[in-house]
Design a protein around this ligand. Structure first.
Ligand SMILES: C/C(=C\C(=O)SCCNC(=O)CCNC(=O)[C@H](O)C(C)(C)COP(=O)(O)OP(=O)(O)OC[C@H]1O[C@@H](n2cnc3c(N)ncnc32)[C@H](O)[C@@H]1OP(=O)(O)O)C(=O)O
Length: 271
């Protein structure tokens, strides 16, 4: 069954504190009333599904929004965020979630069903943040046809290695109550999903890229952000965050060892 779900949560200090301790030690320490850093809303409104509502891969089978899709694999494909006003620690907000669209495509990996999920954080008429999240459902894995990185950008000004280990992935799965096996069960990732190793969570890469852009641009405030997961970021692979300023914003990438694009993103600043 699909429809709209609404939940309420309070922006408590602990999830942001735990995320900062693990991934963003340079971010300001969370204090009541201060602004939640842009993009960190994903640490709240955690799913509350029982085991009987999960697919064999640990992703939701029934969340009241996305219909059951008869394809065995699911990946995060990207997202677009619009920041309307700050969220502050201590705020109590609603999250409204609905299915925006579904699209059947065909790619190198075979049949792809893209779903776009619309999320509104805050009152629907006066939201703080709106998000369009894209997930993709795929058929059985064909390890002979892996997703390909895109050609690298023609230059970047900022660069930083992205060194993530299994503890980072464990902590992000725990912080977001994400039970998807591709992030922590190596035999599942290899033998069932045909991947060469564990996958870094797309929403984590997205948060890290947005934090990177804000930091490198001297603390500017994002108005809009979009990212696309082009090819997986694998645990232990030598990858780097990269970016360059553009008028009013910045372009961002996660690059592999050869400079190919695994993730691309754009941010537009309001101030
Ligand atoms: C959280 C969470 C799960 C995760 O975090 S999973 C880890 C993060 N996500 C990924 O690693 C996904 C990385 N991307 C891929 O592996 C590939 O892009 C994908 C989705 C397998 C598609 O690759 P293909 O090679 O099969 O696709 P093509 O390049 O041939 O393109 C076919 C058409 O699809 C469109 N398309 C491809 N990728 C995307 C994308 N990321 N977003 C939107 N659209 C995409 C492409 O434009 C083509 O469309 P046309 O209209 O031109 O046909 C958790 O579970 O909770």
């Amino acid at each position: 069954m699909t429809g709209t779900t609404t939940r309420t949560d309070t922006i408590r200090l602990w999830p942001a504190r735990a995320y900062r301790d693990t991934f963003a030690p340079d971010a300001p320490a969370p204090v009541e009333g201060a602004e939640l850093p842009p993009g960190w809303h994903g640490l709240y409104f955690l799913p509350d599904l029982g085991l009987d509502a999960l697919r064999p891969d640990g992703t939701p089978a029934r969340d009241g929004v996305v219909p059951g899709i008869d394809l065995p694999r699911r990946l995060f494909a990207g997202e677009e965020m619009t920041f309307h006003r700050p969220i502050r620690y201590g705020d109590t907000l609603d999250l409204t979630v609905s299915l925006d669209r579904m699209e059947d495509k065909h790619g190198r990996s075979g049949r792809l069903v893209f779903v776009t999920i619309a999320k509104t954080f805050g009152p629907v008429g006066d939201p703080a943040v709106t998000v369009r999240q894209h997930d993709v459902f795929l058929g059985p894995a064909d390890p002979a046809r892996p997703a390909r990185p895109q050609p690298g950008p023609d230059g970047h000004a900022w660069e930083q290695p992205l060194d993530l280990g299994p503890i980072h992935l464990f902590r992000y799965s725990a912080l977001t109550y994400n039970s998807h096996l591709i992030h922590y069960n190596d035999p599942w990732a290899r033998e069932v999903e045909g991947q060469p190793g564990l996958l870094v969570h797309g929403p984590l890469t997205s948060m890290l890229l947005l934090d990177f852009a804000v930091r490198r641009s001297g603390g500017r405030t994002p108005a809009a952000y979009s990212m696309r997961a082009v090819a997986p970021v694998y645990l232990g692979a030598p990858v780097r965050l990269a970016g360059r300023p553009e008028p009013g914003g910045a372009r961002l990438w996660v690059l592999d060892e050869s400079g190919g694009v695994l993730v691309s993103a754009d941010v537009r600043f309001s101030r």
